[in-house]
Every structure is written in structure tokens, then in C-alpha cells.
Design a protein around this ligand. Structure first.
Ligand SMILES: C[S@@+](CC[C@H](N)C(=O)[O-])C[C@H]1O[C@@H](n2cnc3c(N)ncnc32)[C@H](O)[C@@H]1O
Length: 300
């Protein structure tokens, strides 16, 4: 599956960070990569997307090469500016181990590679070591067929000659969902899981329970498509110094943020947002209008 219906809602969360860094495990045809990189570029700041796949489709990097302001050394190794898109043809477990050794941290980790108990459990164990206090991990196939069945890409058509695909392993349990729940249990409450909102969501969101005050899914008025919702996450600022809400930018809609609530509520619950003037212009202009709006609210 792909993360299409969560990419846009995630942007408010990603806008909290000075230079958002995202890891996607399982790139495939780039259905998530393209919108995500486009949206990141709209934040108008430094950002880095890294994609890992055991079988990198060269068309993905070629398509990225056509996108202005997005720089990927896979297609242009001599590009004279810092890259913001990196692709690795590697097994996720190998990539994650290297990243742990190099003490890399990501704001967002998307796990959508091999859909089996063995791999997902190991990926999560490693991925948690790449997390900042506010990092969220999104796992796909939490509700689809592979939630309770194992898929090994090594046995799939087109992967017959792939030497880096993980071979089938003997495990007591099978499927993505038990791997996620076992990981959560092992962390003894440090990590929690919320199923993605909406009827078609097949992903879940893993977050650090101590650091998140509330998480909600806001559907702006007159909007019916979940893709256009906004995932609102309220962090405990004392525990998450990397989060700076003053950087918050809504690329599409502006609304009054209702403020943190505790404990975490159902994400399917929409927030009643007051009417706000529609915003036009570029991102900086939008941010200025949003700041002014907030200031006016503060001053009554
Ligand atoms: C479901 S697709 C990913 C879809 C993509 N995330 C999207 O949103 O469009 C799964 C991908 O994971 C890759 N894959 C399978 N096992 C992997 C592993 N151990 N490490 C990295 N990638 C893996 C496959 O080659 C395949 O391209």
C-alpha cells in the first residue's frame, strides 16, 4: 500500500522542525516520495528525505530530478548544492543498523518495506533508536491482508535474483500488526500506537507516550477527503526541545488550534475550527498572516 492519504496531513507536524528529516523504508514507485518531497519543498527551509529499498526503481530518481528545488545525487552526483533527497538500494535492517551506529535522528520514519513479523519487529527495534523525543513512526499494513500474514518480497515475482531481500525466517507469530504490538509491549509504555483515521486508513502511528499531550485529526470545514485533513500533534515542549510551534505552517488551511488536551483522544474526532480568512500567496506570506491572526487572538 502507500501512505498517500497521510502525506498531506503530516505537513503541520513536519513544519515544527528547523530542518525536517524523514526516512521512508520501501520506496517502490515513489507514490509517497513524490508528494512528500513536493510538500517538504513548500516549507521553504532545509529538509532531507531518505528512501531505502532493496530494489530501487531508477524512474523514481529520474522523476525527482525533474522537480525544481529538489536535488538528488543519484541522478546528479556533482550537483553544487546540498542534496535533499537520498536513495539507498539496501536492506532496511542493514541501513537502520548503520544509521544507529552513526547516531542519525529522524523526525519521521515511514515503515513500508517487507511486510512480515520478523522484519517489522526488527525495524522497529532499530528505528526507535533513531528517534528524537517527538519523532513519530508510521507503519503501513496495520489493517490490510499483511496485518496477520507474512509477505517476504524475496519470494515475490521480480525479486528472484535479489540477493539483498530478506529470506523467510521462522517466527512464532506472523504479520505486521503483532510485530507492532509486541514492540509496543516491549517498550513498557514508552511507545503507544494509534490507528490511522478514516475508513480506508491501513497505517498506524507510533508515538512516545510521555511526550505527546494530544493527537487529533482535523478535517477543515467543507472538506470530505481524509487526504486533506490535518494531523495535529501537541507535544510537551519541555520534553521535546526540537519542537518549535512558532515555526508551524499550514500549507493549505488556516484554523485556530484548540490547544493541548490530555489524555489522547480519538483521532477520528474532528476539531471545530472557527472561520478564518482564506490565505493566498506564498508560504512566507501565509505564515505572516497566520502569525498576525494568532497575535490578534492573544490580544483578544
Ligand atoms: C509496499 S512497497 C512500498 C510502497 C511505498 N512506501 C509507497 O508509499 O508507495 C514495498 C517496497 O519495499 C521494498 N522492500 C521489501 N523488503 C525490503 C527491505 N527489507 N528493505 C528495504 N526495502 C524493502 C520492496 O522492494 C518494495 O518496493
Amino acid at each position: 500500500m502507500s501512505y498517500q492519504n497521510v502525506v498531506r496531513p503530516l505537513m503541520q507536524f513536519l513544519s515544527y522542525f528547523e530542518a525536517p528529516r524523514v526516512l521512508e523504508i520501501g520506496v517502490d514507485k515513489g507514490q509517497t516520495t513524490f508528494p512528500l518531497c513536493h510538500n517538504l519543498s513548500m516549507l521553504e527551509r532545509s529538509w532531507l528525505y531518505e528512501g531505502v529499498d532493496i530494489k530501487m526503481n531508477p524512474d523514481v530518481a529520474m522523476t525527482v530530478a525533474s522537480m525544481s528545488t529538489i536535488f538528488c545525487p543519484s541522478t546528479e552526483p556533482n550537483i553544487p548544492v546540498p542534496p535533499n533527497v537520498l536513495f539507498y538500494e539496501k536492506n532496511s535492517l542493514e541501513f537502520l543498523k548503520d544509521a544507529v551506529e552513526n547516531e542519525i535522528k529522524y523526525n519521521l520514519i515511514l515503515i513500508d518495506g517487507d511486510h512480515n513479523y520478523y522484519t517489522v519487529q526488527k525495524e522497529l527495534e532499530l528505528a526507535q533508536q533513531l528517534a528524537l523525543p517527538s519523532t513519530i513512526i508510521i507503519c503501513d499494513d496495520y489493517s490490510t491482508k499483511w496485518a496477520y500474514e507474512d509477505l517476504y518480497y524475496a519470494e515475490s515475482e521480480g525479486y528472484e535474483e535479489n540477493d539483498i531481500a530478506t529470506k523467510r525466517q521462522k517466527t512464532e507469530k506472523v504479520g505486521v500488526r503483532p510485530a507492532i504490538h509486541d514492540f509496543i509491549d516491549k517498550t513498557e509504555g514508552q511507545w503507544g500506537v494509534l490507528p490511522g483515521p478514516g475508513v480506508c486508513a491501513d497505517y498506524c502511528i507510533l508515538y512516545q507516550t510521555e511526550n505527546v499531550l494530544d493527537m487529533r485529526f482535523h478535517i477543515p470545514p467543507d472538506i470530505t477527503l481524509a487526504n486533506l485533513g490535518i494531523l495535529e500533534i501537541y507535544f510537551d515542549n519541555n520534553k521535546c526541545p526540537e519542537v518549535d510551534e512558532s515555526r508551524m505552517l499550514n500549507l493549505d488551511y488556516v484554523y485556530q488550534r484548540p490547544g493541548p488536551r490530555s489524555p489522547i483522544r480519538q483521532m477520528t474526532e474532528a476539531v471545530d475550527a472557527p472561520e478564518l480568512p482564506p490565505l493566498v500567496g506564498d508560504a512566507k506570506q501565509k505564515q505572516k498572516i497566520l502569525d498576525e491572526y494568532r497575535e490578534n487572538l492573544k490580544n483578544g
